[in-house]
Each structure stands twice: as structure tokens, then as C-alpha cells.
Design a protein around this ligand. Structure first.
Ligand SMILES: [Zn+2]
Ligand SMILES: [Zn+2]
Length: 306
């Protein structure tokens, strides 16, 4: 099985569920990373950069075009060729991708990632999460997260997903391969479990009933989160987020924000997050750790080795 076929994204999942269904896949994340970091735009470009099978790549690109993240554009180079350009919706994923890199750098690989130059101040931005309203740096602890009117997002899990295998790339591959993030995000159930934890779920039975997840799948995900140092198992049988897990809120918040802006249907939002300090509905931004200003896509660039 090459894992080319995925479950279709169903509208009844709600915005966050749809975002997880679209982005909760390692290949999709890797394709997007390469598009942002290396400006890869062609089928052959991703195939050669990722060592991905052509059928899987074709299926993923088709999905990303269907979901309005890439658009196919023809150009002439002797004969007509096609390239995949990020749409506005796709471009707005940049902060999420940067947050994934930042979390990996701060919590997993400790400086293995290339610096992100903030052109406004000329320094390494070392992005961190901030509130888009009061522009203060913040963490998960400074927020209150509540299920909104459309709270069924937690049932995002599809009946079955193919297990994907990813070749880990070359060991020297400094760009893009984020094993821990991929473990968390590259699978819809994992992300749902993490979302449940951010909403205050701690006990096995509550995860199970809240997410509608099979006990065997839940056991597996909890075990992996403990191995990843994201959950801390307590003697009373509950699971608490570790500091590393709490820090992943940065990624989670940007995912939720993108989903609710780009994919929201008429049903209202599934999660309401409040910044406790200023009291505003939370709008996540990434702040430059050097100058404190919010990072804009056009004002940052990765300094890639070589
Ligand atoms: Zn604020
Ligand atoms: Zn700066």
C-alpha cells in the first residue's frame, strides 16, 4: 500500500476538523514546507526533494488544489508546463509552518534549524507566540479555551487512516524534516487528543468519550505522547501536558486560527480562545524575539545553509 488514498474531507467536520483532515498528513506538511522554504513549485521538484512516490505526490497535490491551497498555473518553457503556486489561502499557512519549525528548534532539536532573518531588525527572529491585539508575548497558560457554538470539531477522526511510512530523508537534511511535529500533527487522531488536552481533558475515559476514539487507538496515541515528552502520566491515571506539550499550543493556535478564518462555514467557531491579560478574543501572531515586533511573511526569510 502506498498510502495515496486518503479519506475525503467532509464538510460536517467543521473548520478545525477540515483543517486537520487537510493538513494532518506528513507528506502534506513536507510538501508545504518545501514550497515555502525552497520555493518548490513543480511535481518533479517535490518528487526529487522528498523521495515521495509519484502516486502519493499526485494525490496530495490534487487534494491541495481542491482545497484551494495551491493553484495550477501553466507556463511556457519550450512546451507548456505546469507549476503549483500557493494561493492566498495557502500563503496564509506560513505562520503555522514557521511555528512548527520554532517549536522543533526550541523543544526538540535545539538549534538544528536555520535562522529566520527578520529584515526589519536584521536579527534572528526566533519567533514566539504573541497576542495580535495587545502584541504581548504569551503562552497557553495565558489563555482560556472553551468550546464554541460548533463544538463537534473534536470528532474529527475519520473511521480509518492508512498508516504512512516516511523515509526520514538524509540525516544531514536540515530543512524541513520535523519528526516530533510530524508525530503530533501528521495524524488526525493525535491532533484531536492534543486539542482535547488543551481543552482540559486529562483522563482516559474523558478523551475516549469526548473524541469518540477507539480505546486501542487512544492507548497508542497516549503512549506516543508520553514517549515524545508531550504528556506526563500521573499516578492517578491522568495525563497532563508537559512544558513541551504546552509549548505546542503555539502551533495549535495558529492551526485553529487559519482554520477558522479560511474554512469557517456559517456554523460559527468551534473553539473560542481568550487572551486573559487583555481580555480579547485571541488572534495569534508570531513575534520577533529580538525586536518584539509581529512577523510578517514578506519580512522574514530563512537563512539556508549552502
Ligand atoms: Zn492580548
Ligand atoms: Zn525583529
Amino acid at each position: 500500500m502506498d498510502g495515496a488514498e486518503r479519506e475525503p474531507v467532509r464538510a460536517e467536520l467543521g473548520a478545525i476538523g477540515q483543517a486537520l483532515a487537510i493538513l494532518g498528513d506528513r507528506w502534506v506538511l513536507l510538501i508545504l514546507q518545501r514550497a515555502f522554504l525552497l520555493r518548490i513549485r513543480t511535481f518533479a521538484g517535490w518528487r526529487d526533494a522528498l523521495g515521495i512516490s509519484e502516486s502519493v505526490l499526485a494525490a496530495r497535490l490534487r487534494e491541495l488544489v481542491d482545497h484551494g491551497i495551491f493553484e495550477l498555473s501553466a507556463y511556457r518553457n519550450g512546451r507548456t508546463r505546469y507549476e503549483y503556486r500557493l494561493t492566498e489561502r495557502g500563503l496564509r499557512l506560513w505562520a503555522l509552518l514557521v511555528a512548527i519549525q520554532a517549536w522543533e528548534r526550541d523543544w526538540v532539536s535545539r538549534g538544528r534549524f536555520p535562522p529566520l532573518l527578520h529584515e526589519l531588525c536584521g536579527q534572528d527572529a526566533r519567533p514566539r507566540l504573541g497576542c495580535g491585539v495587545c502584541l504581548e508575548p504569551m503562552s497557553a497558560r495565558d489563555t482560556r479555551t472553551e468550546p464554541g457554538p460548533q463544538a463537534a470539531f473534536s470528532r474529527v477522526g475519520p473511521p480509518r487512516r492508512h498508516r504512512r511510512t516516511v523515509r526520514s530523508g538524509t540525516p544531514a537534511d536540515l530543512i524541513g524534516y520535523c519528526p516530533a511535529s510530524m508525530e503530533i500533527l501528521g495524524d488526525q487522531w493525535s491532533t484531536s487528543v492534543l486539542a482535547g488536552a488543551f481543552l482540559g481533558t486529562h483522563r482516559f475515559v474523558d478523551f475516549q468519550s469526548g473524541l469518540g476514539i477507539a480505546p486501542s487507538v487512544l492507548t497508542d496515541r497516549l503512549r506516543r505522547f508520553v514517549e515524545l515528552g508531550v504528556f506526563d502520566p500521573r499516578p492517578d491515571g491522568s495525563y497532563r501536558l508537559t512544558d513541551r506539550g504546552l509549548a505546542f499550543f503555539e502551533v495549535f493556535a495558529l492551526l485553529v486560527d487559519w482554520a477558522q478564518r479560511e474554512l469557517s462555514a456559517s456554523e460559527g467557531s468551534a473553539l473560542s480562545i481568550t487572551h486573559l491579560r487583555c481580555g480579547a478574543a485571541f488572534r495569534p501572531v508570531l513575534l520577533c524575539r529580538a525586536c518584539g515586533r509581529p512577523l510578517e511573511r514578506r519580512e522574514v526569510r530563512f537563512l539556508l545553509p549552502g
